[in-house]
Design a protein around this ligand. Structure first.
Ligand code: IPE
Ligand code: IPE
Ligand code: MG
Length: 271
């Protein structure tokens, strides 16, 4: 990762689409998303193409995770949420689930120094009750160690499902009502959202899904309400800095209207 961080300029020089990189580096911060969510898909197909076991694809995908964390940190993105394992992924072969879990376990320790160096604050979102006690302990330890970092907020969605998230928030609030701590009349979108696993993190502005599928797969159902959606055929292990820049450029070219007309948005931007 250190190497990747130091070579971004060299990379630009070596890459044929250097202009795009320059454009992106000069982009006003207002055109950058504050929060990017990513569905990291295509590891299995990447491995299959190379006649490798699916696990090799997941391992290769970890390198892309390092790259996007580094890139988002240096580009001043405030939050990055990565979909690592869905509540539906338990249906995969037992061996693959085990391999993904041990990769996750190893990465939590292996990446700790880099997270600290980049001042990244880590938060794991998802139903942790299904994890082994060792994994739960390692998650809490890594979250605790990085808690006071003031850089990028990195949320890893593991055993996460958007429907689970909405149900657990509803359950928490129902318990507060039952305990007499909450008046149902005061329940609002704003206070409901703070009970979601993403807590106080603002909603994603941009969702990137690699691997060619054009679906949400039960990711941040509530939080993605107004995200710009970006789908790319690139398989997750092949997703590189240029592919990220393509996504950022696509985002910058979109007009976000939030229900208003295009003219209203334009005149608000150029008063
Ligand atoms: C995404 O890649 C990683 C996880 C879901 C854990 P896949 O493993 O789904 O890769 P494909 O879609 O089979 O290529
Ligand atoms: C979505 O990928 C979940 C993650 C990336 C962790 P999948 O590959 O599991 O999605 P579906 O099932 O094909 O929609
Ligand atoms: Mg997949």
């Amino acid at each position: 990762m250190i190497l990747l961080a130091c070579t971004s300029l060299n990379y630009a020089t070596a890459h044929p689409s250097q202009d795009k990189l320059t454009l992106e580096h000069n982009m006003p911060p207002t055109q950058l998303p504050n929060h990017i969510a990513m569905i990291m898909d295509g590891n299995g197909r990447w491995a299959k193409k190379r006649m490798l076991p699916r696990y090799a694809g997941h391992q290769a995908g970890l390198k892309t995770v390092r790259m996007v964390v580094e890139q988002c940190s240096t580009r001043g993105i405030k939050a990055l949420t990565l979909f690592a394992f869905s509540s539906e992924n338990w249906s995969r072969p037992y061996q693959e689930v085990n391999q993904i879990m041990s990769l996750f376990f190893q990465a939590l320790r292996g990446e700790q120094r880099r997270l600290q160096k980049n001042r990244v604050r880590l938060r794991i979102i998802g139903d942790k009750s299904a994890f082994s006690p060792n994994l739960v302990q390692r998650i809490s330890e890594t979250e605790r160690i990085t808690a006071s970092n003031d850089g990028l907020l990195l949320q890893i969605a593991a055993n996460y499902g958007g429907r689970w998230d909405i149900v657990q928030a509803a359950r928490t609030m129902a318990q507060q009502v039952q305990a007499g701590q909450l008046d149902p009349a005061t329940i609002s979108e704003a206070n409901f959202a703070t009970n979601l696993a993403t807590l106080d993190c603002p909603d994603p502005d941009l969702l990137i899904r690699t691997g060619g599928e054009q679906r949400i797969s039960n990711f941040l159902l509530w939080q993605l309400a107004y995200a710009e959606l970006y789908f790319t055929e690139v398989l997750w292990p092949d997703f590189d800095e240029m592919a990220l820049v393509d996504a950022l450029n696509a985002f910058a070219s979109r007009q976000r209207r939030f229900g208003k007309t295009g003219d209203q948005v334009q005149s608000a931007n150029n008063p």
